[in-house]
Design a protein around this ligand. Structure first.
Ligand code: FES
Length: 86
């Protein structure tokens, strides 16, 4: 099992569990917590953290994990893979 787990909440935030460091755009570190909820709706007044506003604005996310497609380590980090570009 991974040291860090990111759980996508249906129509809600990303729940990040594990030892992680969250930094702002200037590299400043937010106070450490074992579990954080990161806003993905863009409406939180406490970004990058979720403040529950997603439910008030009716945020809807359509994405779901696709079962039955094993991940290949060879795919990781390639363009078009599931890693975000920086
Ligand atoms: S995901 Fe909760 S406020 Fe944006």
């Amino acid at each position: 099992m991974a040291d860090v787990t990111i759980t996508v909440r249906k129509n809600g935030p990303y729940i990040v569990s594990g030892t992680v460091e969250v930094r702002d755009a200037d590299g400043n570190v937010y106070p450490a917590k074992e579990t954080v909820a990161l806003c993905r709706c863009g409406a939180s007044t406490n970004k990058p953290f979720c403040d529950g506003t997603h439910s008030k604005v009716g945020f809807q996310a359509a994405e779901q994990a696709v079962r039955g497609q094993p991940r290949s380590s060879a795919r990781r980090g390639r363009p078009g893979s599931d890693r975000p570009s920086m």
